[in-house]
Design a protein around this ligand. Structure first.
Ligand SMILES: *Cc1c(COP(=O)(O)O)cnc(C)c1O
Ligand code: SF4
Length: 343
């Protein structure tokens, strides 16, 4: 053993992004206070917080408009009384992921690509997320937890691409992700490494030299699918994080969730697409909401979603129109709503 060798040495101080992650708001009261909002919102916020805790990085809060309870970024993270509304078709595992694991942490549902749930942790708790029903914690990230998953991926010679997902894979430190990328690069049939992460948007400090080193250094072609739902999420710091990722050779795409009262207008969607493109990010998917209990108030009905997609196609170049998608349990791919009409 050479515990002090240059490559294996633990950093003396934690990276800056970890400090920023730890400083995030974790109580409804601090969020309301920081934004000078009506304390009357607190009881409902506390009720939702007991089901799924409030969690939001400070930098994301700085992009919200003080005093505006309808701010599109705030609405994604502040629990409202409407979360207590129950609906029979809104459950705990709407896309059947619990049943679909091929090896611990591996979801291989679609041809040629498999998704690795690298961690259950996230930097932010979005109120519409399916994670609200699984108290994942960080258990997934145990040191050797990936070995059975890697064995499965090595065995599946039809795979071209592995998707690191979660939770948010970039909540893991680079001293774990770098070696994981190395193990994946050693699997000969893989050609791409995709990362699904909201961190470059909600915590742009995450895009540091250590992250860029393993992304730029892998044999695999790196793709990152960001998650931004509104143009206001994309400030100057996010822009420079995106620039650094692109300079490292990472292809950037974005997926958004269609959310009532947040991004359900053609104006909001066009602004998002235009802003993404100035950052060098192409709009990829616009997801119909997963029907998770507690998120009924975010639903945009499918007919309306289709109309919105048509309105976007009528006013934007094709490369700025995200594909409107729905996820159906058991289907061989996500379902595009603009081409596969039923009825
Ligand atoms: C969404 C998803 C993918 C990726 O699908 P693409 O259409 O390639 O973006 C892969 N595996 C699973 C299990 C998924 O849910
Ligand atoms: S960042 Fe993604 S995985 Fe994390 S809480 Fe938000 S929607 Fe869920």
């Amino acid at each position: 053993m050479t515990p002090m060798s240059a490559t294996a040495r633990e950093p003396v101080t934690p990276p800056a992004w970890q400090t920023e992650l730890a400083r995030g708001f974790r109580r409804p009261a601090e969020l309301l206070e920081a934004l000078a909002l009506d304390p009357g919102l607190l009881p409902a916020a506390e009720a939702g917080h007991r089901d799924f805790p409030v969690r939001v990085p400070r930098g994301f809060v700085r992009r919200m408009r003080p005093g505006d309870p309808n701010d599109p970024l705030l609405r994604q993270v502040l629990p409202l009384a409407a979360e207590q509304t129950e609906a029979p078709d809104f459950g705990a595992d709407p896309v059947g992921d619990l049943a679909a694991q091929q090896a611990p942490g591996v979801l291989h549902k679609y041809h040629g690509r498999a998704l690795l749930v690298a961690t259950g942790a996230c930097a932010i708790n979005c109120r519409y997320c399916f994670r609200r029903h699984f108290p994942y914690g960080d258990a997934h990230a145990a040191r050797d937890a990936w070995q059975p998953a890697l064995a499965y991926l090595r065995h599946q010679s039809g795979l071209r691409e592995v998707i690191l997902s979660g939770g948010d894979p970039l909540t893991l430190p680079d001293r774990r992700l770098g070696p994981l990328a190395g193990e994946l690069a050693a699997i000969p049939h893989l050609v791409r490494l995709r990362v699904h992460s909201r961190l470059p948007v909600v915590l742009p400090e995450r895009v540091d030299d250590e992250l860029l080193a393993w992304l730029a250094g892998t044999r695999l072609q790196p793709v990152m699918v960001l998650h931004a739902n509104h143009a206001n999420e994309l400030d100057g710091e996010v822009a420079s994080a995106c620039r650094r990722l692109r300079e490292a050779g990472v292809q950037l795409l974005n997926q958004a969730v269609l959310l009532r009262g947040i991004n359900d207008t053609a104006d909001a969607q066009s602004e998002l697409s235009e802003r993404l493109f100035t950052l060098g990010v192409l709009p990829y998917y616009l997801h119909q909401l997963d029907r998770v209990a507690g998120a009924t108030h975010f639903l945009v009905p499918e007919d309306e979603a289709r109309e919105l997609a048509a309105a976007l196609a009528a006013r934007l170049p094709g490369y700025l129109v995200p594909q409107l998608m729905r996820e159906d349990a058991g289907a061989p791919a996500k379902t595009p709503l603009t081409t596969a009409r039923h009825g």
